[in-house]
Design a protein around this ligand. Structure first.
Ligand code: GDP
Ligand code: MG
Length: 154
């Protein structure tokens, strides 16, 4: 299992508006993952539709796109062993009412349409979503992370 597995995580507008950004970042840091990309953006309709492309025929699609474009989203790339599946476990089930307490959705939400956070569901999705939301120059490289310029404990 590789140490440099990367996943795309987005705190949705409800999570940002409710002040959960610090709590969520803290959970991934405490687990042992490394933040290699971070930005706050109000996504365009194009970006939102591409991101949720797999759901375009679903009845909730237009509501989902309007919601995700309604305010700032905190987009992140997290790196570490097993990060894709572990982030999904830490996030919980799609419907917060079915998410176990201790997960992000289980602790902070009750509505499926306001479920706080997105996480990539597979290696292919992670690759696609990272490329959709980030330019490669916006992500830390191994060289930068291992240099003296990046010493988180200082
Ligand atoms: P996820 O991977 O757990 O985020 O879930 P999906 O990929 O299945 O769905 C994407 C997002 O669409 C979810 O996070 C929800 O915000 C939303 N969604 C999924 N199912 C429903 C639904 O039945 N009703 C509504 N309103 N939104 C839904
Ligand atoms: Mg999904």
């Amino acid at each position: 299992m590789s140490n440099d597995e990367r996943t795309f995580i987005a705190i949705k507008p409800d999570g940002v508006a409710r002040g959960l950004v610090g709590e969520i970042i803290s959970r991934f840091q405490r687990k042992g993952y490394t933040l290699v990309g971070l930005k706050q953006v109000v996504p365009s309709k194009d970006l939102a539709e591409s991101h949720y492309e797999e759901h375009k025929e679903r009845p909730f699609f237009s509501g989902l796109v309007s919601f995700i474009t309604s305010g700032p989203v905190v987009a992140m790339v997290w790196e570490g062993k097993g990060s894709i599946a572990m982030a999904r476990a830490m996030i919980g089930a799609t419907n917060p009412l079915a998410s176990a307490p201790g997960t992000i959705r289980g602790d902070f939400g009750v509505d499926v349409g306001r479920n706080i956070i997105h996480g990539s569901d597979s290696a292919d999705s992670a690759k696609r979503e990272i490329a959709l939301w980030f330019k490669s120059c916006e992500l830390l490289t191994e060289v930068v992370r291992s240099s003296n310029l990046y010493v988180p404990s200082l």
